[in-house]
Design a binder for this molecule. Structure first.
Ligand code: GLN
Length: 449
């Protein structure tokens, strides 16, 4: 399998450009060690020897971790993220690190400081972002498993654009220890795979309480694979009218309605509901995520990690020049926006107000999910767009996340699964569940396979 992965990467990655770093020597050695374990009880595990690609904002011991930023260009972590430790226990094999928008800020992977990843379905289009490398690598068949991170849609949107399965677990389900922080109250690591079943296995492996992350939850991790019964009879599905209304493409709307028809045939029932505050999601998110980012990214000062400007003559200049030279434009835009929103005099009008609206958005979700098992809608309003099409206009780029962002603000789990095509480009169906009820989300998703 490891052979296959590297062979396939050699053939396809020159065009797709999903990987930033490959770890071939170590992976082959690990594979050999695993060969010796075949036949032992350990090898019965489904993930045993499975190749996996890791988004480059998850720290990997002695394996370059750049966050696709110049400021971490030469950064080799001295420890593993908790998810990596958990994967090692399952004997997966890390193939390499995957491209992303710098510090996970973006929706197209065009904000990477190093390379543009191309959507394997059409190389002129973006793979989505920020976990674009993860989704593209799985879609191109380079690796069967990948990890991404989702702060405002960064697993689900690229999964939709690349026609693969991407799960953002409930906030707190997966440890964030070793995930380079972007917006700590929203960030979650999650699996990107070709099938729902693979996805369930991978989440099973990485989920659970972690003493290193105080926001990881002490909630039992159920057996997700057991939830894949194919039985959705009697399930109650909510379809928010805001998710099928203005701004959502006709094809995406139709694809969701077709999917609902299928679920009806299988015995589920759906009704239209409203998430009235969702329309404020994008504005709320960009204030809160940027505020948290402005604080989280203060640590990149040229002293502790990575890049240090060679042009500084005193300490203040060192900070200034390192950050000016090390960060890309989008990261600087977020830091400035966040610093402004948190500054005295503006805090109440922006940061505090955004927190209040976040509570209203969460309440909308809680109320609907009290009465229904899942919420269903499109993952994105339209399929993948052309490379270069939105990069000059941050507001249009931000609007692309309109259907995924509210889910992060509410903290609930959401998955994107493939759901038809427009002009040869995949569309995604989003299934959103109750807090810590990834099982029902998987059950509904699996009904389509
Ligand atoms: N596209 C959104 C942003 O730019 C979401 C990113 C993410 O989920 N990491 O912030």
């Amino acid at each position: 399998l490891v052979d296959e992965a590297y062979k396939h990467i050699a053939e396809t990655d020159g065009k797709v450009k999903a990987f930033l770093t490959l770890d071939e020597e170590r992976a082959r050695k690990a594979a050999q060690e695993m060969d010796d374990k075949i036949g032992t009880p350990e090898s019965e595990n489904v993930l045993f020897g499975m190749p996996i690609g890791i988004k480059d904002n998850i720290v990997t011991k002695d394996l370059r971790t750049t966050c696709a930023s110049k400021i971490l260009e030469n950064f080799d972590p001295i420890y593993d993220a908790t998810v990596m430790e958990k994967l090692h226990k399952q004997n997966t094999i890390t193939i390499g690190k995957l491209n992303m928008d710098e510090f996970a800020m973006g929706s197209s992977t065009e904000n990477s400081a190093f390379q543009i990843t191309h959507n394997p379905w059409n190389l002129d289009t973006v793979p989505g972002g920020s976990s674009g490398g993860s989704a593209a690598a799985v879609a191109a068949g380079e690796v069967p498993f990948a990890l991404g991170s989702d702060t405002g849609g960064s697993i689900r949107q690229p999964a939709a654009f690349c026609g693969v399965v991407g799960m953002k677990p409930t906030y707190g389900r997966v440890s964030r220890f070793g995930l380079v922080a972007f917006a700590s109250s929203l960030d979650q690591i999650g699996p990107i795979t070709r099938t729902v079943e693979d996805n369930a296995y991978l989440l099973q492996a990485i989920a659970g309480l972690d003493p290193h992350d105080s926001t990881s939850a002490d909630v039992e991790v159920p057996n997700y694979v057991e939830a894949l019964t194919g039985d959705v009879k009697g399930l109650k599905i909510a379809v928010p009218k805001e998710y099928l209304g203005e701004g959502v493409g006709e094809e995406a709307r139709q694809a969701v309605l077709d999917a609902l028809k299928l679920l009806e045939k299988l015995g589920a029932a759906w009704e239209e509901v409203s998430l009235p505050h969702s329309k404020y999601g994008v504005a709320t998110y960009y204030l809160l995520a940027s505020s948290e980012a402005s604080s989280n990214l203060a640590r990149f000062d040229g002293v502790r990690y990575g890049y240090r400007s060679p042009n500084a003559t005193n300490l203040e200049e060192l900070y200034k020049k390192t950050r000016s030279e090390g960060f890309g434009d989008e990261v600087k835009r977020r830091i400035m926006l966040g610093t402004f929103a948190l500054s005295a005099g503006y805090y109440d009008a922006y940061y505090k107000k955004a927190q209040q609206v976040r509570t209203l958005i969460k309440k909308d979700f809680d109320e609907v999910l009290e009465k229904y098992d899942v919420i269903i809608g499109p993952t994105t309003p339209t399929p993948a767009f052309k490379i270069g099409e939105k990069i000059e206009d941050p507001l249009t780029m931000y609007a692309n996340d309109i259907l995924t962002i509210p889910v992060n603000l509410a903290g609930v789990p959401g998955i994107s699964i493939p759901c038809g095509f427009v002009d040869g480009l995949p569309l995604g169906l989003q299934i959103i569940g109750k807090h810590f009820d990834e099982s029902t989300v998987y059950r509904v998703a699996h009904a389509f396979e």
